[in-house]
Design a protein around this ligand. Structure first.
Ligand code: BGC
Length: 779
């Protein structure tokens, strides 16, 4: 929608290549900064809250500590319920806050709203994976101190985070104290009527069972009110000082503290390291939690903060080796693309039992739920940069396949239907028109499997997990759709919602039907491959799920006879059976402050019009590109583009990719700008509720699929690179079948280099190239 008018906003934070920083404390926008300065390791997520707490304006802070996949389950109250509505909601829990460290200088509590702040800098370093805050503070009594606080969530140790708190006495000699705490009383965030936030909880979800101290360790044991999971939070400390010190510890209800008092002389420093661990009964037996915590805590103290920090750096060196994207000539975009990759890594579950939420581990928006965002947006990034993580994400679907089977049964269907939003496999969407009705998630998962297997060559996954998912979801489609006599016997799928949530419950959403067609063809192909090359496994799987030859043949028939709505007059695909007959939305008379429409108009008002929240058919143009001619792509794109509000953050990146493909580089660039800096520029004005992980991954896709035109066709990578006029060059790396490929696009052309692995065939604008390790080829 009117992208040519897009102007990048003034920077909220300085443009820096490898970090995000601020030089002043911006109280009014504190909540946004808390999301942006979040740290995480895929399991633990800590918002960028201050160790001392927040003393500013009410409502400007959400203390947030999250564990991926750890939730409480609340009954959903429907004033008017119906059969098959999900009965319970799982919401990712805000858990015990272990960030707390309070500093007192001769009794005066340090915080940013007291005394004088002479110097302030906060920095999230993306090479080190470290959040640092440096402050020069003058207490009300005139004592000046330098404070340097570093913290990280250990990427190589799932259960561990650490804080290093250093204080230097600048102009005084006197007592300082550091009080480190576990605070288990959690205030729930208010949702202010925004459906994207989820229901606010009326009561405490974490109930204290026990707490204790054992040598170095303080711990607290809590149980979730409804789901009955146990959380064990623990801390231990290491004080570094040359001066005599005193230590005391106490606890009261959900608060456990250790206090360290040191007499500092002018010019001297003291430092406290705090090790924090979280273990839950989702991973281990209840009785083991304390022992596990002790083990990790001991390991951490033995290593020490600096050694752990070095491990963090090495982990990230490896990550950046495959995941880094360089954009020369635009520091804002350079920062954006790295920030996004970094935050994706911080949020993604790597253990196969957890996944990646729509807001990652940075806030409570969408309640920590996983959506189709995973397969359609995040999975490509991981498939080509960290295939092991991609596999773990797909394993999550396999691990929840039984629940998807159960859901299909509740929906009176055969096979399996994956949940629209979920934490542990159950459907959590209480608004079915934009929830359960989005059955396309089944085809999205199938597409993700196909891409992953084709890009990595991981046929083990297909054999052991992927095929079963594919077959059960294909079975669902055959049962959901029907060969429709009113449509010449074509296969129709009625009563579904496509990706565009501004149009709901329609017949024959073109995106869905096209994706299902693609899935069914693939399922037939995989069934053939299995029977041929792995007959024993084939027998076993077929017996286990009672799959017959007739069923597989029917998948093929449905695919070949798939109905896809098409308007011959306009020469475009109709979004669904009735979309093109509706009135167009009156964009002219919709002022800017009425967006996003979902906050200002009843769903029915929106559903009645030709207006899109996000790419729908345009997404199919990209995903199933080989199905459409260039003319078709242009015509369809031109029709749907002006009707798209991009009220969903999932949308601009797809428009960037497709406009790049049809040669509209300026438009592609504007959409890219908007997606890559979605959170850094707070484009949708809700970064405070958590970061937009799909848009972040979408920015990587815009580079690789968009500007570089990468596609995987019959297992071979093809490129059609273009360089936006604003840039000098860009460079990225791709993992493909165990090889590491580097692509550099500059004013002279494109250079391909094979950095690791045996020779690789690729295509550059139709021309086949053979790449040999250690050599580069330029075109
Ligand atoms: C989008 C969905 C998406 C969800 C979570 C919604 O606004 O319309 O497509 O899955 O956000 O990111």
């Amino acid at each position: 929608m009117r992208m040519e008018t897009y102007v990048r906003p003034q920077p909220l934070y300085p443009y820096e290549a490898w970090s995000l920083s601020e030089e002043t404390y911006d109280e009014a926008n504190n909540q946004r900064s808390e999301s942006l300065f979040a740290i995480g390791n895929g399991y633990i997520g800590m918002r960028g809250n201050f160790e001392e707490g927040f003393y500013g304006m009410l409502g400007n802070s959400v203390t947030g500590n999250y564990l991926n996949g750890f939730y409480d389950s609340e009954p959903i109250v429907y004033p008017e319920g119906a059969y098959g509505y999900p009965e319970r909601n799982h919401a990712m829990l805000n858990v015990t806050n272990a960030q707390r460290v309070e500093l007192r200088i001769e009794g005066q509590l340090f915080h940013l709203n007291s005394g004088v702040v002479h110097d302030y800098r906060r920095e999230l370093d993306m090479k080190k994976g470290m959040l640092t805050r440096e402050i020069e503070w003058e207490a009300p009594g005139g004592q000046r101190a330098r404070i340097r606080i570093r913290r990280f969530a250990a990427l190589q140790h799932k259960h561990l985070a650490a804080i290093h708190y250093e204080v230097t006495a600048l102009n005084f000699s006197g007592a300082i104290s550091l009080t480190s705490a576990l605070d288990g009383k959690i205030a729930s965030q208010n949702n202010n009527g925004d459906p994207r936030l989820g229901a606010a909880k009326a009561e405490q979800s974490l109930l204290l069972e026990d707490s204790g101290r054992d040598g170095e360790l303080s711990w607290m044991r809590q149980r979730t009110r409804h789901s009955g999971f146990v959380l064990l939070t623990a801390m231990s400390h290491d004080l570094q000082t040359n001066q005599p010190s005193q230590t005391s510890a106490w606890s009261e209800n959900e608060y456990a503290a250790s206090e360290f008092t040191v007499s500092l002389r002018q010019g001297e420093s003291a430092a406290l390291t705090k090790y924090v661990t979280y273990h839950t009964s989702k991973d281990y037996a209840e009785g083991e939690l304390l022992v596990r915590a002790e083990e990790v805590q001991r390991m951490a103290r033995q290593s020490g903060f600096e050694v752990l920090a070095q491990e963090q750096l090495s982990f990230l060196e490896q990550f950046w080796k495959t995941a880094d994207v360089e954009i020369a000539g635009d520091p804002a975009l350079q920062q954006g693309i790295r920030f996004n990759a970094f935050q994706l890594l911080q949020s993604v579950g790597r253990d196969g039992a957890t996944n990646i939420g729509a807001k990652g581990l940075t806030g409570e928006g969408y309640e920590g739920h996983y959506f189709w965002d995973t397969e359609m947006y995040m999975l490509p990034f991981f498939t080509y940069t960290r295939p092991d993580i991609a596999r773990a994400l797909l394993h999550f679907r396999y691990a929840t396949l039984d629940k998807a089977r159960e859901r299909a049964r509740v929906m009176s269907q055969k096979g399996a239907l994956f949940p629209w939003r979920t934490i542990d496999g159950e459907e959590n969407s209480s608004y079915y028109p934009a929830g359960t009705a989005q059955a396309h998630i089944n085809a999205d998962i199938a597409y993700g499997i196909k891409q992953y297997v084709s890009a990595t060559g991981d046929s083990d996954f297909l054999l052991n997990e992927g095929a079963e998912i594919l077959f059960e979801t294909s079975r669902f489609w055959l049962d959901l759709g029907h060969f429709n006599p009113a449509r010449d016997g074509k296969f129709c799928i009625d009563g579904v919602t496509g990706p565009d949530e501004y149009t709901a419950i329609v017949n024959n959403n073109a995106y869905t039907n096209l994706m299902v067609q693609d899935q069914l063809r693939y399922a037939v192909q995989v069934a053939g491959w299995l029977a041929e090359s792995h007959p024993a496994e084939d027998q076993r799987l077929r017996a286990a799920i009672s799959l017959t030859d007739e069923e597989i043949a029917l998948w093929g028939r449905a695919a070949e006879n798939m109905f896809v709505p098409y308007d011959a007059e306009l020469g475009i695909y109709a979004q669904d059976d009735t979309f093109l007959t509706k009135a167009k939305w009156d964009f002219q008379n919709t002022p800017a402050d009425k967006y996003p429409l979902l906050l200002h108009f009843h769903p029915l008002v929106i559903y009645r019009h030709q207006v899109l929240k996000q790419a729908d058919l345009v997404l199919a143009l990209f995903l199933l590109g080989e199905r459409f001619t260039m003319e078709e792509k242009i015509r369809n794109y031109r029709y749907y583009e002006p009707l798209t509000t991009h009220d969903s953050s999932l949308s601009p990146c797809i428009h960037s990719i497709v406009s790049a493909e049809i040669g509209e580089l300026e438009e592609a660039y504007a959409y890219f700008d908007r997606t890559v800096r979605m959170d850094l520029d707070d484009i949708n004005r809700n970064a405070k509720d958590g970061l937009h992980t799909a848009a972040m991954a979408g920015s990587w896709m815009s580079i690789v699929y968009g500007f570089a035109g990468m596609r995987l066709v019959d297992g071979m990578l093809e490129f059609a690179p273009a360089l936006p006029g604003q840039w000098d060059s860009y460079r990225f790396r791709i993992m493909n079948q165990g090889r590491l490929l580097e692509v550099l696009v500059d004013a002279e052309g494109t250079e391909y280099g094979l950095l690791e692995g045996e020779s690789l065939q690729i295509r550059h604008k139709g021309e086949e190239l053979t790449l040999e390790a250690g050599k580069t080829v330029r075109r």
